[in-house]
Design a protein around this ligand. Structure first.
Ligand SMILES: O=C(O)c1ccccc1N[C@@H]1O[C@H](COP(=O)(O)O)[C@@H](O)[C@H]1O
Length: 204
């Protein structure tokens, strides 16, 4: 069964709702330009409130190394998600497992692209939209994802309750990642949408 990450959490109550609904991971966005950005203080409060066994992922977009280290000193992140142009050598500097986001464009060879991050725990595929680093709420052509792949797929990009089952059936990801598809407004999650999404993922 695909694991589930609920990303773009900004409030303690949304983190608790995601955990209660059965999410395996939550994502905290440390990218000031995002409407879902959290401060170190907000992030600390969210992590402290979480029950055990929920993985906390910190998302960065071409952040300076010092900024990432400043977050890591204060917030116990389990996993890093790099959503910019960071090379593998940079992603490996933080003594944490990491996901590398790859924004998929028509014609991409995804096995070749994924090979650029040999140190990644997983490759998170997201939709490409010029000028927008992520969280677009848009899907991409899932048929581009090779069924034979020597890397771990985390599928993202425009997922929601009414398309996630088809996405899983087509691509057999290790995990799915959703942000906008379970929101009431940017940065504010909708508990009913979280529950519906997780229900669809866990449905056999
Ligand atoms: O959510 C954001 O604002 C964001 C900003 C910069 C980079 C990534 C961002 N979000 C991530 O994008 C994917 C897909 O999101 P969606 O489900 O299509 O809304 C996911 O990992 C988000 O956390």
């Amino acid at each position: 069964m695909a694991r589930i990450k609920i990303c773009g959490i900004t409030r303690v109550e949304d983190a608790l709702a995601a955990a209660q609904a059965g999410a395996d991971a939550i994502g905290l966005v440390f990218h000031a330009a995002s409407p879902r950005a959290v401060s170190i203080k907000q992030a600390g409060a969210i992590v402290q409130a979480l029950p055990p066994f929920v993985t906390v992922v910190g998302l960065f977009v071409d952040a300076p190394e010092a900024d990432i280290r400043a977050v890591l000193e204060r917030v116990p992140l389990d996993l890093l998600q790099f959503h910019g142009e960071e090379p593998d050598s940079f992603c490996q500097r933080f003594a944490r497992p990491y996901l590398k986001a790859v924004r998929v464009r028509p014609g991409d060879d995804l096995n070749a692209l994924a090979g650029n991050w040999p140190g990644a725990s997983g490759i998170l595929l997201d939709s490409y939209k010029p000028g927008v680093p992520g969280g677009t709420g848009e899907t991409f052509d899932w048929s581009m994802i090779p069924s034979q792949r020597p890397w771990t797929l985390v599928l993202a990009g425009g997922l929601q309750a009414d398309n996630v089952r088809q996405a899983i059936d087509m691509t057999a990801p290790w995990a799915v990642d959703v942000s906008g598809g379970v929101e009431a407004a940017k940065g504010i999650k909708d508990v009913d949408k979280i529950n519906a999404f997780i229900h669809e993922v866990k449905r056999v």
